[in-house]
Ligand binder design. Structure first.
Ligand code: SF4
Length: 591
């Protein structure tokens, strides 16, 4: 470097460091530009992606705006529909996606997405197209309808759903159609985001009530259907009960201090807190829902069942959407399995909600509640250390309270519906069994849950077979598959079948399931035969007792679970033998 290009020196004679840095940067940039010119590389202007600015949904639009939503089962959707109507929203459900929706998703969306993206995105486009065909003007669809969906910030493709919806809508000619998110990781009060949709405590309580009721009613129907004495009766009672609960949810107005105290409420100090507490206590202790659910229990219980049918129990796991949807998105797997003679344990949405709370608890524990980049105070600053500790414990306490309250509310519904549905599996137990195979801190999709549920249900003898429904192109499910090889190698008796779901290949998938189900059937029959041999009573003797005790053929009659016995027919045989007075070599399962 020649002295003429040396940077200026300070009065103390020291070279100014910044100036040297600047000069180096400049020289490097010049040299890079020269080399790029020589190599013929030209630079295009970079346009970063910005989330499009969407027209807001304001409160004064509420009366003429319809919220569209979907993506669950028709039972959940109908109940959530009632719950949202109860809050004064105009709401419509986008029906279960079919293959046509999948094809539209491929046509209008990006390539290389996972299966649920194509199905759900295409389904919205299909719904709007059908509305237009039925006479609704396109501009009315754009102005007076909003699609409400869950969202996240990754790490799997779930984080891209919102952008995918917008892209497909634009490509299909619905540019400007509004998509609203309630974030997977969002807090409870998102009301400031869109005043038209008030995501307040009433909103979340109603939503959770609708989802939880949908979970438990759905499970009860799954328990009864394979054993019903009159084919089709369970579905007809289920239809009736979902309609009934829809009306109950719709008619229930949210608790408010104004309704209770009238004009005095206006002068009340801390009115907001009182209102909040009142709503909360109403949720915990009011009996309205319990009474309505008891009515459903009695209707279900009037169905007569034959528990001597030997059925393999199939536990459904997999990716959230693929294991929930009841249509082409998972090859109509549930109705197929029912036709093939299986009893199903489907996964409640409640497990997913508990999983999300659990993951936040883990994160807070790992980080001690500190945000990324926070610089820890020195050890001698006891005041600051104490503040961090208090904050951390407060955060943890709130989340632990949320876990307890959510489980309590879920189990209240289980009990009100006769107590036969499963209780939510403890997330800490799932973490304990799943973590050795799949790091429980690895987020995205179902995380460690796919592996953990497989182990939990097989190891606790709750099913004969686990069927995992995983969409093609699903990153977390693909990782799970790798880990499942180790699981299957360790748990030798397990019958585990992963099925990749897509818009095509239904026949192939069904035939693979049939093969695994064949094994599960053999297992269930062998178990039943073994039980009959050990209890020392013939089927005729057992049936004679049942004929004399008609209450044992009621759909919600509680059959205990015995250790080492999986199937309902086998457990029922042990139970009836005990009632007759036989000494059975089985012990009750205690959980
Ligand atoms: S979990 Fe899998 S299928 Fe579901 S959104 Fe993520 S990548 Fe797609």
């Amino acid at each position: 470097m020649s002295t003429s290009t040396l940077p200026p020196t300070s009065s103390s004679g020291l070279i100014q460091i910044e100036s040297i840095e600047e000069q180096i940067r400049k020289r490097v940039a010049e040299e890079r530009a020269r080399l790029e010119r020589e190599a013929g590389i030209t630079h295009r202007q970079v346009h970063h992606f910005h989330k499009p600015i969407e027209r807001p949904f304001t409160k004064d639009q509420r009366h003429k705006t319809t919220l569209l939503f979907g993506g669950l089962t028709w039972k959940h959707e109908k109940l959530v529909h009632g719950a949202l109507e109860g809050l004064g929203y105009k709401t419509e459900v986008v029906p279960t996606p079919d293959v046509k929706a999948f094809q539209l998703g491929k046509e209008y969306g990006n390539n290389g997405q996972c299966n649920p993206t194509y199905f759900t995105v295409g389904n919205l486009v299909q719904y709007l197209q059908k509305m237009e065909e039925s006479g609704v003007r396109r501009e009315d669809l754009i102005n007076n309808y909003i699609f409400l969906t869950a969202g996240a910030c990754g790490p799997c493709r779930f984080g891209m759903y919102e952008a995918e919806y917008r892209l497909a809508l634009r490509n299909a000619g619905y540019d400007g159609f509004r998509v609203m998110l309630f974030q997977q990781s969002g807090g409870i009060d998102q009301s400031e985001a869109e005043a038209g949709l008030d995501m307040n405590l009433d909103f979340f309580l109603n939503l959770l009530n609708g989802l939880n009721m949908g979970d438990v009613l759905n499970e009860v129907a799954h328990q009864i259907r394979p054993f019903e004495a009159n084919a089709g009766e369970t579905d007809s009672v289920l239809d009736e009960m979902i309609d009934y609960m829809h009306e109950v949810l719709k008619k229930k107005s949210p608790w408010s201090v104004e309704d209770k105290l009238g004009a005095i409420a206006g002068k009340m100090p801390m009115k907001g807190t009182v209102n909040y507490l009142g709503k909360f206590l109403e949720q915990l202790y009011a009996e309205d829902y319990v009474k309505a659910l008891n009515h459903c229990r009695d209707r279900f219980n009037s169905i007569k069942v034959d528990r001597f049918r030997v059925k393999p129990i199939v536990k459904i796991t997999g990716e959230f959407w693929a294991q929930t949807t009841e249509g082409d998105g998972n090859f109509n797997m549930f109705s197929f399995l029912n036709r093939e003679g299986a009893q199903l344990i489907v996964e409640p949405i409640g497990t997913w909600i508990m999983y999300m709370i659990h993951q936040v608890v883990q994160k807070i524990r790992d980080t001690k509640g500190l945000e990324e980049g926070t610089v820890a105070p020195p050890k001698w600053r006891l005041d600051k250390q104490a503040k961090i500790e208090v904050n951390y414990r407060q955060k943890l306490m709130k989340l632990k309270a949320a876990e307890v309250i959510f489980a309590r509310e879920y189990h209240k519904i289980v009990d009100a519906l006769g107590g036969t549905a499963h209780r939510l599996v403890d997330q800490y137990e799932l973490q304990r069994v799943g973590h050795p195979y799949y790091n429980s801190r690895a987020g995205g999709g179902e995380g460690h849950l796919e592996v953990a549920k497989n182990i939990y249900y097989s190891h606790h003898e709750l099913c004969h077979m686990v069927l995992s429904l995983k969409p093609f192109g699903c990153m977390p499910s693909t990782q799970s598959d790798g880990a499942q090889s180790a699981v299957v190698a360790h748990y030798k008796d397990m019958i585990f079948l992963p099925i990749e779901t897509s818009g095509e290949g239904e026949i192939n998938a069904h035939s693979r399931v049939q093969m695994a189900l064949g094994e599960a059937k053999v297992k269930a029959k062998a178990e039943y035969k073994d039980v009959l041999g050990k209890i020392g009573k013939s089927v005729d003797e057992l049936k004679a007792y049942v004929a004399e005790h008609p209450e044992t053929t009621n759909a919600l009659y509680r059959v205990p679970k015995y250790k080492g016995v999986i199937g309902l027919a086998a457990n029922f045989a042990v139970h009836v033998a005990e009632k007759i007075g036989a000494k059975v070599p089985y012990h009750l399962e205690v959980h």
